[in-house]
Design a protein around this ligand. Sequence first.
Ligand code: NAI
Length: 509
Amino acid sequence: MSFDANRPDLTVGVIGTGAMGRGIAQVAAAGGMNVLMTDSRPGAAQEARDFIDKMLGRAAEKGGMSKDEASAAVNRIRIAGGPADMKPCDVVIEAIVENLDAKRQLFAELEAIVSPECILATNTSSLSVTTIAAKLKTPQRFAGFHFFNPVPLMKLVEVIDGLQTQNWVSEALMTVGRRMTREPVRCTDAPGFLVNQVGRGFTLEAAHLVSEGIASFADVDRVMRDVGGFRMGPFELMELTGLDVTHPASELIYNQFFQEPRYRPNLIMRARYEAGVLGRKSKKGFYDYDAETKPIVPPEPPAPAAYPGNVWVSPAEPRGHAALTELLRKLGASIETGPKPSANALILVTPIGEDATGCAVDQELDPRRTVAVDTLFPMVKRRTLMGTPVTESVYRNAAHGLLASDGVPVTVCRDSPGFIAQRIVAMIVNIGCSIAQSRTAQPADIDKAVTLGLNYPNGPLKFGDVLGPGPVHKVLASMHRIYGDPRYRPNIWLTRRARLGVSLLTPEP
Ligand code: NAI
């Protein structure tokens, strides 16, 4: 097929000019392409054009482009009366309501109007590209072109190959995406495509932790920001997106994957969704909101003014033992060096994926004096502790007081295999690995898409490399063993690379 996506006068059709369609039209016009746009609601396309005019005017004021460039871009946008006017288009991008029948009907209509070489693309966020295309006469020229909101600010666009999509179609969309100054990433059709699949690891594991009583949602947010390095905690993110978006997307992805336990939704999300307690938009979610719709964050309890006598650190995890001993020295703790703790010493363990109870029992330590410290992540901005169900408060407080004595905040959670950050990040890495294993996308593209689309500090595969494929595998394998839940089984991509001691970005021929 001789489709020239670089042709200067390429015409892009946009159908549906709501939040997404107007953004797509804006970047297409700013990228030098002609745009024809339409919407079923009378006046909506004109409103969108006026909006784009304002946005590009603002960009010109800020020096992002010249005034002439801005007005030339707006002049490249024309309003069409309806799909029947899309005949001159080389590519048509659909951004209408998220409904399979509506989308299928629109594309069936379009097929009879546009030329046989015209590419048809959907911006669906949750429907299968293959399913939308299934009833078309020529599903080969159909693909997903999934932008992120707000389009002008979010550089990522996923180019999604449906089962029957031909290579030239996706290649052309990659070029069109680049002309729109986006960063296109190619993947094959899968529930949640690439980015929305990985996002489940962050939000769902956080919800599972809270519903299990391990920590409060505010504590999980604090730990994921300060320990995991995320810009926003999972609950803050769900509040901003709204549970009316996050929960149905989670159910859909889970069911499209034939109830794959890794994507199992959680009741605390469904309850809020059903009660209309959605987050910022309903002024109540996990958090309460003040008059300016800012979340009211429950304050952290102050660190207890307690300090241990002697401290003994378990050598069972040599890396954790070394990191924690170094920190304790800086804090001026009195550290015992014997092979066993003395009679009244505070016992610190540094598990990877194990819970405090498991450490105490397996290492024959006194569970009443045992406190676990998460050493897999840097202990610089916040530290996470947990005790066994029988750890005495005097020992828990002593550990808390000691580890907060240099002013670094400490979160104390209930006993959990993998604390908070270990298990949430391990789930993100595991999902990234399953995307790589299923060839949904190339390893480097998985990381690129996730850092661009979700703003995570690392893509899932690099995150696994930073923590170590071995430790991440250990977290998941321990959780799998302790809970007996296939949700936590390590993906084979991760298992092989952990066993070989190589990077999770290592591709296969
Ligand atoms: P929206 O509700 O803001 O806009 C949809 C527009 O389509 C409306 O202006 C509506 O009048 C028009 N429309 C509905 N049915 C139509 C039809 N049959 N023919 C022509 N126009 C029609 O929705 P939004 O958020 O822009 O979403 C559009 C699509 O983009 C959906 O498929 C959605 O899943 C997807 N998407 C949304 C994202 C988001 O964050 N909002 C992110 C990525 C994809």
